[in-house]
Design a binder for this molecule. Structure first.
Ligand SMILES: [Zn+2]
Length: 96
């Protein structure tokens, strides 16, 4: 992943391109014709920083855990206890 910028999470979607441009895949560094089937990597949902990547490269990177989705990233973040959990803990304390 030497060519991708740092992002906490990525939005990956199928690219729909009608422009006959050629991009460079940030995952493998190889050329990517815009009219071929490929995906867009959107760092933290910021489409101004989106990169075109080979579908296979994106799938492999996802499998290797290198392109976590927003939901996957959120799960790794410390979260405040939910109301439900706090209620259960209150009940537990009362029972002791
Ligand atoms: Zn690639």
């Amino acid at each position: 992943m030497a060519h991708t910028e740092r992002a906490r999470w990525w939005y990956v979607r199928r690219a729909q391109n009608r422009k006959p441009a050629t991009y460079r895949c940030p995952l493998c560094g190889g050329y990517l014709p815009a009219l071929s089937e490929h995906v867009l990597l959107v760092p933290e949902g910021d489409s101004s920083r989106r990169r075109h990547a080979h579908t296979n490269c994106a799938v492999a990177a996802r499998r290797a855990g290198k392109l976590p989705s927003r939901e996957e990233w959120l799960r790794t973040q410390p979260q405040p206890p939910s109301r439900w959990r706090r209620a259960i803990e209150r009940l537990r304390r009362r029972d002791q």
